[in-house]
Design a protein around this ligand. Structure first.
Ligand SMILES: [Zn+2]
Length: 411
């Protein structure tokens, strides 16, 4: 089960046998530019050798720099007078450290659950299938399309609703390397189906949970390049993949992700809905029109609850309703795990083509949010043995969203 990070550990010993991209010498910097300084740094995200791991917020951003760019990066920081500190000295050693943390915990706590590990795509499908066999009256798993590489895109419906209940749509795994998102989606399914104390949330709501929207990218991230973010469709110039959260037909490529470089990690595609995965989600949600009241896109990392709109600083007319609900959700987190609430342009940076904006503006899902989950010292690569300590708090937050929907749309 623990193939991915185990493979990277094996690579220490047997690099020639290893097909995983080697991140030896890659450094993660915590950079602290002013707004003006950031304007002079932001183009780096489109250049080879740079990868922005967080978005710019409160004079802070985390940037991964390849060995061949480190001198250039350092001299740019010096020239601009930007403060920066090294967060990860060597990404390869960081992966080994993650692996060691997992091994240590396993030794001390034998016995595994699906949440003691990051499942691969097939294991996720097997897990949801096994729940369906065990609880046939409450959970139904179906496919709503195919990924570029032909994997089934699966949606898990959980409900005991007899009449017309509001649809709660949750989607995870658009960005391949954000492994905690799909793990969270599976944990939500587990709670709804197997924990009786959640019965009211299942009786009064119609949950549709897409636990992994980008299975091709996720598998590529596990087996070939841990840092991979996009889909895996073939693009021009020998490049692969599109940023799924820049690919929706809503102010597409107008702001934030305007690059025409297909190798860029935020490439929005050659046209809106160029990707099987985003197109399939749109078509699925079109079938829920009028019923879907809530949409949540799970991402990592950063501790943000993001409100519409992502493409402009203007606000939707009903923003106060969304903000009130987000504040209740934010308050459910403990004091040392604060979530920031606001729109992407307020907190981070504007971006067109996002799923959150499309769901609200075009598909009329009134309550449309994005969450950036779980900022830790580990970046994207939280040891799997930490999953279970993170999940309960996140689940309480999700159930606050659900209670809000029950109050707003009582049966
Ligand atoms: Zn993301």
């Amino acid at each position: 089960m623990k193939t991915t990070l185990f493979l990277s550990y094996v690579c220490v010993l047997q690099i020639s046998l290893c097909h995983i991209k080697n991140y030896t010498g890659y450094k993660l910097y915590h950079v602290k530019p002013s707004v003006n300084q950031y304007e002079k740094l932001k183009h780096l995200n489109e250049e080879e050798g740079y990868d922005f791991w967080t978005q710019y917020h409160d004079r802070s951003i985390e940037i991964l720099v390849a060995p061949f760019k480190q001198r250039e990066f350092q001299s740019l920081l010096d020239k601009l007078g930007v403060e920066a500190e090294l967060k990860v000295e060597d990404l390869y050693k960081h992966f080994v450290k993650v692996q060691m943390a997992e091994k240590k915990k396993q030794r001390s706590e034998p016995g595994m659950s699906p949440f003691d590990q990051y499942l691969d795509y097939q294991q996720m499908c097997n897990y949801t299938q096994s729940l369906q066999e065990k609880y046939p009256g409450i959970i139904n798993v179906s496919s709503f399309g195919k990924s570029y590489e032909g994997r089934d895109l699966q949606v898990v419906r959980v409900t005991r609703c007899k009449n017309h209940c509001p649809v709660m749509l949750i989607e995870a795994g658009t960005h391949a390397r954000e492994w905690i998102g799909p793990a969270t989606a599976l944990y939500i399914i587990h709670q709804l189906v197997e924990n009786n104390t959640n019965n009211n949330l299942v009786n009064g709501l119609d949950w549709r949970i897409i636990f992994l929207l980008n299975p091709d990218g996720y598998e590529y991230s596990r087996n070939h390049d841990h840092v991979w973010r996009k889909t895996r469709s073939k693009q021009e110039n020998g490049c692969f993949g599109v940023d799924g959260n820049r690919n929706y037909d809503i102010h597409w490529a107008e702001v934030g992700a305007v690059t025409t470089k297909p190798c860029s990690s935020t490439y929005p595609g050659h046209e809106p809905f160029s990707e099987n995965e985003t197109r399939a989600l749109k078509n699925y949600v079109l079938g829920l029109k009028g019923k879907a009241k809530f949409y949540l896109s799970l991402h990592s990392y950063g501790n943000y609850i993001l409100l519409p709109w992502g493409y402009t600083s203007e606000k939707p007319d009903d923003i106060e309703l969304l903000k009130d609900l987000a504040e209740i959700v934010g308050d459910s987190f403990s004091k040392n795990n604060t979530y920031f609430i606001g729109s992407p342009p307020e907190l981070l940076y504007a971006a067109g083509g996002s799923s959150q904006d499309y769901m609200k503006a075009v598909l009329d899902i009134k309550y449309s949010f994005t969450m950036e989950l779980t900022k830790t010292e580990w970046g994207f690569f939280i040891p799997s043995t930490h999953i279970l300590s993170i999940m309960p708090e996140v689940y309480i937050a999700i159930s606050e969203f659900a209670k809000g929907m029950l109050n707003t749309y009582p049966n």
